[in-house]
Design a protein around this ligand. Structure first.
Ligand code: NDP
Length: 353
């Protein structure tokens, strides 16, 4: 038997109130079951929204872990090591690394037992577990948004939240594929702002600006100077609100403005002329839906990204490790989880076991 701990919650609500650390034991795997050990698992904004109950999908609430009432396990991404496999499990063996096939697996736990088709084997050669644990969501989102909304080599895109996990991935893929980009980030005082600008330029952004610069009247003229007239073909919107609309104003006629996040929690007010005369296409992108609809493409996209990481062509996002061992207290885990939606962070939180 394997002793395990999992974060669990019985209902949606404020994180310190609803989350519990639950101890249970896992019996040896039979048939096509796998027993997995979590090596690392990131904390993404959507995970928090799921616990709070403000996300459109939820993990299953069950009594499978021996809780008296149905509980769910949060977390959607991880890198696991296979500890043991049932006799019918054919795709993996002890020691292999696997990642969740889809969202909703519940990854914030030390161990997990599941059917083999719930996970996908990853060739671990040349990779570290944190890179593997964070490949499924952010880089795939950036990859698809740059591939599926009509932007062509040599053209420009503009994005806000450019220092986010998705934003950093978009900068890097953009440069690899011959796209030019304007990266918009929230302003930081003094040296910190300069440091972030350099960081994003090194990743491959052509121009890095603050949201204050974006809102200035002269911004349109600066864009013209940089790009030539009317030539930004795509906007990627992580933030929403008026600053997102300032981005839409510098797009080409007929360009796509793709919203994938709403970090500011503010709605966007779209002027009619933007729809009628400029024919801007306001799209949304949700990687979970895309992956459900295109499982084969998803697999290929993940494999392509992992290969770029092995070749040192793709840099990780800054991460802040949150150690989780047998004696770690619930309060320490909760503190790290609560920080996830705070702004101006040093990096993405990631549980390391
Ligand atoms: P990260 O934690 O890596 O980054 C968060 C980003 O949000 C940072 O750029 C941060 O900027 C910014 N931010 C935080 N608070 C605010 C605020 N109040 N106003 C404006 N900006 C803010 O996040 P991810 O890359 O993992 O996710 C970013 C967004 O994308 C989230 O909303 C997430 O849910 C969404 N997402 C959507 C997907 C989809 O399929 N639609 C897939 C993946 C992510 P700063 O450093 O200045 O605080």
């Amino acid at each position: 038997y394997t002793q395990a701990k999992a974060l669990v919650y019985p209902k949606n609500g404020p994180i310190p109130e609803v989350l519990n650390l639950h101890t249970h034991s896992i019996s040896p795997p039979h048939s096509n079951l796998l027993t997995l050990r979590t090596i690392s698992a990131p904390l993404n904004p959507a995970d928090i929204n799921q616990i709070q109950g403000t996300y459109p999908t939820a993990p299953p609430f069950t009594t499978n872990l021996g809780t008296p009432t149905p509980h769910a396990v949060p977390g959607n991404e991880a890198c696991f090591e296979v500890l043991s496999a049932g006799t019918n499990a054919k795709s993996v063996k002890k020691g292999d690394w696997v990642i969740p096939r889809a969202t909703g697996l519940g990854t914030w736990r030390t161990h997990l037992q599941c059917e083999e088709d719930k996970v996908v084997r990853v060739e671990k050669e040349g990779l570290d577990s944190k890179q593997v644990a964070t490949v499924n969501v952010n880089p795939v989102t950036a990859w698809r948004m740059l591939k599926d909304f009509g932007i062509k080599e040599g053209e420009w895109f503009i994005q806000n939240g450019a220092n986010s996990g998705v934003g950093r991935a978009a900068i890097q893929f953009g440069r690899m594929w011959g796209l030019k980009s304007i990266a918009v980030v929230r302003g930081r005082p003094g040296e910190e702002g300069e440091k972030l600008r350099k960081e994003l330029e090194e990743l491959g952004a052509d121009k890095v600006i603050s949201d204050e610069e974006l809102m200035e009247k002269s911004f349109k003229d600066r864009v013209k100077e940089w790009t030539g007239r009317d030539s930004i073909s795509l906007g990627l919107n992580c933030v929403g609100g008026d600053a997102a609309m300032a981005m839409a104003k510098v797009l080409n006629t007929g360009a796509h403005m793709v919203t994938y996040g709403a970090m500011s929690k503010s709605p966007m007010r779209v002027g009619a002329s933007m729809l009628i005369f400029k024919d801007i296409k306001f799209d949304g992108f949700w990687v979970s839906r895309w992956a459900d609809q295109h499982p084969e493409k998803k697999k290929i996209t993940v494999e392509s990204i992992l290969q770029l990481i092995r070749e040192n062509k793709f840099k990780d996002v800054p991460m802040v490790e949150v150690p989780w061992n047998w004696d770690t207290k619930k309060e320490d885990l909760v503190e790290a989880i609560q920080g996830t939606l705070e702004g101006y962070r040093k990096g993405k939180g990631i549980f390391v076991f």
